[in-house]
Design a protein. Structure first.
Length: 580
């Protein structure tokens, strides 16, 4: 069998075609020189050089082989049974999708004369032969961008639900052990003969697809319940036979390198996965309960883009104040809020804003959720004595300009951080308090002298995350008085008396919400507030004075987002109920 697909013939060299498409001859000669020295394909070299983009390359390949180029492969045209008839690892490796036989371009939609196949690799002769043997029909070849095909494959195979896979698991009588590989592979490329492996792969895929932050595997008396936390709210995904619980937990322990035999004490581990092209870190925690071991899986997407300050949900006036604050050369800024309120995201947004070659930024975190180029990040490791406090002491000997401490958990860390802020360093950190002024009294409770706090800290920010209304099913409505009272909203504050909510659709899995955004409370410390801190005034007094000076509370910031149609009254009330 030849090296080229035999259904079409190469007409011209790719370089000649690219010349016709307007690429400079000098660039092509440069690419040829690189090819001679290092090997590779001319088109791919030109893409890496930035001379052409991926779309122009595939247009040229289409002209070279005389096959149609598909600028955008729509999912609605994909062959319905592809996920059933083509294994995911095969589609992922070969990089192709099949279209409905009805789309044949000649009007004979009912005859199903051939199956259109969209490829990205024109060198794979075996693929077409294998598909023709399988379907016993002619295959019409088209070409599309590799990235488009990969995205579509991820979407197609993501629709295999955990319920379908769990049926396979329930029929299984044996659990097949598999060796742990050091190299991270995409779970779509795993053949996964063992049903338990297929089930867990589907579970991870669904979690990533639905943007879940956590998976909970919870044993009950007669069954196991699996839930996912999506946009901060737990949703039940599936209930499975209790007999499957132990094999699933054992598999999780194997891939996270935990002790399979130890079931009496909690264990912590981690897994590195590649799911649908994304590098995923999974933090594993097991906990013995009366009905078996409960497993919590925290999902961290290492490929996620770090948000800018403008993208986290702050109003324009607060953005400007924040940018001024983080450009100071010394002092402390504290971000407060409960676990899962987006504090780390805000810290990373601040660091990204000031990150530059002229500034030495060092962080100490637990865990490191995102890796930022140009910033030195340290992972806490208590087992070897690397705590926040010991790490912070060492950081201060590294000539830092900016220090980020993932969390101030104890008085020792608080004391070191305060002194760092007073000796020419900008320190960013987090605390667990309900509102911004309470961060001050929390530090006092930790044993920090008020005069040190008032000198070092110049701002605290409280925040929460609220779910955003799904834009696909967002509908207007007129709220009644009872609803308005939930968050203290007055009817005259609402333009035209209209607010918005989500009606529920496929895009948001029927919840009416998709994604989350922050609501914020910025507590600025001026001379009057400093005097109150030095006199040990309580947080209520600090908050009262700050409000009189124009501080916008969490509730008020949330109301702005309700009025703008970003979130709902009920969602805001749920998130800030302790403040309402």
């Amino acid at each position: 069998m030849g090296s080229k697909i035999k259904l079409f013939v190469m007409r011209k060299k790719i370089g000649e075609i690219l010349l016709e498409l307007g690429v400079e001859e000098g660039k092509i000669q440069e690419a040829l020189k690189i090819q001679k020295e290092k090997g590779g394909k001319i088109g791919e070299i030109l893409v890496k050089m930035g001379t052409i983009d991926e779309e122009k390359l595939y247009k040229a390949l289409a002209l070279q082989y005389g096959i149609p180029f598909i600028p955008k492969v729509e999912k609605e045209y994909v062959y319905e049974d592809m996920a059933k008839e083509i294994p995911p690892h095969y589609a992922k490796t070969k990089k192709f999708v099949l279209l409905k036989p009805a789309i044949n371009g000649n009007g004979n939609s009912g005859k199903h004369e051939f199956i259109p196949c969209v490829i990205s690799n024109t060198q794979d002769a075996e693929l077409i032969s294998e598909l023709q043997r399988k379907f016993k029909k002619p295959i019409k070849v088209m070409i599309a961008k590799e990235s488009d095909i990969e995205n579509l494959i991820n979407e197609i195979y993501g629709e295999r639900t955990t319920i379908e896979v769990s049926k396979e698991v329930e029929r299984a009588e044996e659990i097949f052990a598999s060796e742990i590989e050091e190299t991270t592979k995409d779970i779509l490329e795993e053949k996964g003969e063992a049903p338990i492996i297929r089930f867990l792969n589907a579970l991870f895929f669904q979690a990533v697809k639905e943007r879940a932050s956590d998976i909970h595997i919870e044993p009950a008396e007669r069954e196991t319940v699996i839930r996912m936390r999506i946009d901060g709210v737990l949703h039940e995904i599936i209930r499975i036979n209790k007999s499957l619980h132990e094999p699933i937990v054992s598999r999780v322990k194997v891939i996270s390198r935990l002790d399979i035999a130890e079931k009496r004490i909690p264990q912590d581990g981690k897994i590195k996965l590649k799911v649908a092209g994304k590098d995923i870190d999974v933090r594993v925690s097991t906990l013995p309960t009366v009905f078996g071991e409960r497993v919590s899986l925290r999902i961290l997407d290492r490929t996620a883009t770090i948000l800018k300050i403008e993208e986290i949900g702050m109003e324009d006036d607060m953005i400007e104040k924040m940018k001024q604050l983080i450009k100071k050369t010394y002092g402390m800024i504290l971000i407060t809020g409960p676990t899962g309120s987006g504090k780390t995201t805000t810290l990373y947004a601040c660091l990204s804003e000031i990150n530059s070659p002229g500034i030495n930024i060092i962080t100490i975190e637990d865990p490191i959720e995102y890796q930022i180029k140009g910033i030195n990040q340290i992972q806490v490791n208590p087992k070897v004595g690397l705590t926040f406090a010991t790490g912070l002491r060492s950081i201060l000997r590294q000539d830092p300009d900016v220090v980020m401490v993932g969390e101030i958990r104890d008085s020792e860390t608080a004391s070191i951080a305060i002194h760092a802020a007073l000796t020419g360093h900008l320190v960013l950190s987090t605390l667990h308090t309900n509102d911004a002024p309470s961060a001050i009294t929390r530090l006092i409770d930790m044993g920090i002298e008020p005069y040190l706090i008032s000198s070092a800290v110049f701002a605290t920010i409280a925040q929460r995350l609220v779910r955003k209304i799904c834009q696909k099913c967002r509908v207007p409505y007129e709220p009644d008085q009872k609803e308005l009272e939930l968050i203290g909203l007055k009817r005259e504050q609402i333009p035209d008396g209209i607010l918005y909510k989500g009606s529920g659709c496929k895009e948001c899995f029927g919840t009416g919400f998709k994604g989350r955004i922050g609501i914020f409370e910025l507590f600025l410390i001026d001379d009057e507030i400093r005097e109150l801190i030095n006199s040990k005034s309580d947080s209520m007094k600090l908050k009262s004075v700050a409000i009189s000076k124009g501080m916008r509370t969490l509730r008020e910031d949330g109301i702005l987002k309700v009025i703008k149609g970003i979130t709902t009254i009920q969602e805001l009330a749920r998130v800030i109920q302790e403040s309402v």
